[in-house]
Design a protein around this ligand. Structure first.
Ligand code: MTE
Ligand code: MOS
Length: 789
């Protein structure tokens, strides 16, 4: 049975419902964690004592001077930890370190009556350091062989043997920098102890259960004594998947030792200095092509710049390995993965979770090798698409592989790529100092957590006697709209009007053992659990109604807030009447729902299995104009075709596609993290720790024209209501912008120039790429090891 057939008549899913909190957002009435601060009396504020060194041993710590500052109540140190002094899931992140691993690393925390007093107190704390050598770049760490965590290898066939038979063999390197999340709401936790000694933490976290786990182990208490609530986040983007735990633990320790509520909120500079970012990656590669541009073999090594601790670096690396193929069949392949340890913030999840890093490597290879093959890059891409029945290098069949060419063809037509390419060639021939280019790139993105266990979710659905419905689920709201997607699901599954349904904030004492809202799976997993709970209640009510109407259960019809029975002369009952009557007949009106994604398995050691429920397919065509004097580029027009299955909430999905695309374009063309790498006093300082120095895309960087269309007739069977995930994949469409900049830069040189372009492709990086081709460098930094003679 297809999902379409499972869909009831008159579903509420699929209607364009505006974001559940849209009114609250635009009026400023929406509450975020820090907005609760004013509700607590006796609130204490926390401020860190940050290391001034990138790497050092702490040899002395004197907190007394801080206590002399008026308003300072307490300085939290390692001695205050009743449980485990560690904030990481991997147990490699001492909460109070004796060896500081990056500049800004908190040695201890000052609690005071006011924020100002806490800051002054922190400045008064005296710390002695013994400086240690620091490694600031992934290249330095590779040279020093400083790695952490697993070193997975993904293999299929025999890449070396296949390479020996390839018409062309090239080698090169690809590097990309990281990215700051720049969620509008910075990290924040407020902790308090209630009258029974239980700890309650309000936290801006994508993973309330894991925040609860870490707080509990730091406090040395069972999990049932710690409750974490996340009202909503002002953005997370992966930056609040694992990073909030330590901050929540500090607030919780503070609350337990002082008995007063404690607020820990980072200001922007602290947040940027202390919290993890997207991983930069380094890749070295050797690739073999057939004469027609088809891949023959790939041998690559991906090195993640992990920062000081592991955090999520291993699963991020696994996803990078699983996406290096992007949409392409690479018959023989070996990819080595490893994680460098550097003296920077501990890099973490960021929209795409390593997928983009892997995909950029293969797209960079195509962008640089296509000119050396003498084949148009878009053709190389198209020729290499998976065919139905083929498998990824990690052994999963590429289900619905035919959708990639369908998406591609729809885009070629809707964006009139051929006509515009010809116009651009004419433009370039007549303009010496300005060049345009149009590039098209595909996306195939796997949906589900690689780690199979995380693909589960729970929900608690309550129906009250008046017919109103309260939904509790494990997903968190960070702007991507789970409540907006859950309520229609509940309404549809239960066949009640949408205005009777309310979605409660996420709390660990309502739904336990939840997964992070991540991997774009929040809607799939929690939606599945909500549906399961609603169906239980509906079944009970249907049975009850059947008895009332004296008809069989399958004659009962729930329709737009009323219930009737086919064949019965009795008038329909309203939903509220039915619920009220059911209550008095002692029918259970609440249910716990559970969902797990079936059919998944994954072996992280052999990098093999079926980690994904399905793939999302998309493609983008980006047109840019590049100025030859400055390297500055303008994105003139972008067209996107995206496969979301049957959209659950088209307005939300459109917003996700546009937002993710622009976020990706920011990373790939302008956002640049710069740390002071020179040994000495300033080493390790993040020089771009504010919006003034870290350039983010704003309205003026939006493409002048942005056309998004959804792939038609794209129902996905076997998923909840036939819809597919949309949170992360569109970010990777921004590769088209970078590839267009590359092609425009090439147009400043001889025909067929291969261009090595930085990531981010800032005006500066673009300028140097143009200078290289103008100066006659035409090999794009690629070494040709073999070519047909
Ligand atoms: N959209 C907004 N507005 N804010 C966010 O923080 N996070 C993204 C994406 N879209 C994010 C967002 C990331 S990293 C993920 S994994 C998904 O939302 C998570 O939500 P979902 O699983 O419900 O799509
Ligand atoms: Mo998203 S990076 O999986 O939180």
């Amino acid at each position: 049975m297809t999902a379409l057939a499972q869909r009831p008549a008159n579903p509420v899913v699929g209607e364009s419902v505006v974001h559940e909190s849209a009114d609250l957002h635009v009026t400023g009435a929406a509450l975020y964690t820090d907005d609760l601060a004013g509700r607590f009396t006796g609130l204490l504020h926390a401020w860190p004592v940050g290391s001034p060194h990138a790497h050092a041993r702490v040899t002395g710590l004197r907190t007394e001077p801080a206590l002399a500052v008026p308003g300072v109540v307490r300085v939290l140190t390692g001695a205050d930890v009743p449980g485990v002094n560690d904030a990481g899931v991997k147990h490699d992140e001492p909460l109070f370190p004796t060896e500081v691993m990056f500049r800004g690393h908190a040695v201890c925390w000052v609690l005071a009556d006011s924020l100002e007093a806490a800051r002054l107190g922190a400045a008064a704390v005296e710390v002695d350091y013994e400086m240690l050598p620091a490694l600031m770049t992934v290249e330095e760490a590779i040279a020093a062989e400083r790695f952490q965590g697993a070193r997975p290898v993904m293999t299929r066939g025999d890449a070396a043997a296949a390479m020996a038979g390839a018409a062309y063999v090239f080698s090169g390197e690809t590097t990309m920098k990281g990215q700051e999340h720049f969620y509008l709401e910075t990290h924040c936790s407020i902790a308090l102890v209630d009258e029974s000694g239980q700890v309650f933490v309000h936290a801006s976290t994508q993973h309330p259960t894991e925040t609860q786990d870490i707080v509990a182990h730091v406090l040395g208490r069972p999990a049932h004594e710690v409750t974490v609530q996340c009202l909503r986040m002002g953005g997370g983007f992966g930056g609040k998947e694992m990073q909030p735990h330590g901050f929540a633990a500090i607030a919780a320790i503070g609350a337990t030792v002082t008995g007063r509520p404690v607020r820990l909120r980072l200001n922007r500079a602290l947040d940027m200095t202390m919290s993890g970012k997207r991983h930069g990656y380094h890749a070295s590669w050797q690739v073999g092509f057939a004469a027609d541009g088809r891949f023959v073999a790939l041998d690559a090594t991906l090195t993640a710049d992990g920062g000081w601790s592991l955090d999520l670096s291993e699963p991020v690396l696994a996803r990078a390995l699983c996406h290096i193929d992007n949409a392409y069949w690479i018959p023989d392949i070996v990819v080595h993965g490893r994680i460098a340890q550097t003296n920077k913030t501990s890099q973490t999840a960021f929209r795409g979770f390593g997928g983009p890093q892997g995909m950029i490597v293969i797209e960079d290879i195509i962008g640089r090798c296509a000119p050396l093959l003498g084949i148009d890059a878009a053709q190389v891409r198209e020729r290499n698409f998976y065919s139905p029945g083929q498998q990824t290098p990690y052994g999963q069949e590429v289900r619905h592989a035919d959708r990639m060419p369908r998406v591609w063809d729809q885009l070629m037509t809707s964006a009139t790529v051929d006509r515009r390419t010809a116009e651009i060639a004419e433009f370039n021939a007549s303009h010496r100092h300005t060049k345009k280019a149009l590039a098209v790139t595909p996306v195939k993105f796997g949906i589900s957590f690689n780690f199979t266990s995380y693909n589960q979710a729970g929900a608690l659905v309550l129906v009250y006697k008046d017919g109103s419905v309260l939904i509790n689920h494990g997903g968190t709201e960070m702007g991507q709209g789970p409540p907006t997607k859950m309520a229609p699901r509940a309404a549809t599954a239960r066949r009640v009007p949408l205005d009777l349904v309310r979605v409660a904030p996420t709390r660990t004492d309502k739904v336990p053992n939840t997964s992070a809202t991540a991997a774009s799976s929040g809607a799939d997993l929690n939606g599945g659990a909500v549906k399961a709970a609603c169906e239980q209640i509906r079944e009970r009510l249907a049975e009850f109604a059947a008895k009332r109407f004296g008809e069989p259960v399958d004659a009962v019809r729930f329709e737009g807030g009323t219930v009737r029975a086919e064949g019965s002369a009795a008038p329909p009952m309203t939903w509220a009447e039915l619920v009220d009557a059911a209550y008095y007949s002692r029918v259970q009106l609440s249910a716990m729902g559970f969902y797990r994604t079936e059919g998944l398995h994954w072996d992280p050691v052999t990098v093999h299995g079926v980690p994904f429920k399905y793939f999302v397919y998309a493609a983008a065509a980006a047109e840019v104009e590049v100025d030859g004097f400055t390297g500055a580029s303008v994105t003139r027009r972008v067209d996107i075709v995206f496969d979301v299955g049957d959209s659950l909430s088209p307005m939300i999905d459109l917003g996700q596609i546009e937002g993710a695309f622009v976020q990706g374009a920011g990373w790939m063309t302008m956002e640049e993290l710069v740390w002071d790498e020179r040994p000495g006093q300033g080493q390790g300082r993040l020089l771009t720790s504010a919006a003034s120095t870290y350039k983010l895309p704003s309205l003026s960087e939006m493409p002048a024209v942005l056309n998004v269309s959804l792939l038609e007739a794209a129902t996905e069977d076997g998923v909840v209501y036939g819809s597919k995930a949309v949170g992360e994949p569109p970010l990777v469409l921004a590769i088209a912008v970078r590839e267009a900049i590359r092609d425009a830069a090439a147009a400043f040189g001889e025909t067929g120039a291969s261009v090595d372009l930085g990531l981010p492709a800032t005006p500066e990086a673009t300028y140097w790429a143009i200078e290289a081709v103008r100066g006659g460098v035409l090999d794009g930094g690629v070494t040709t090891l073999r070519r047909p003679t």
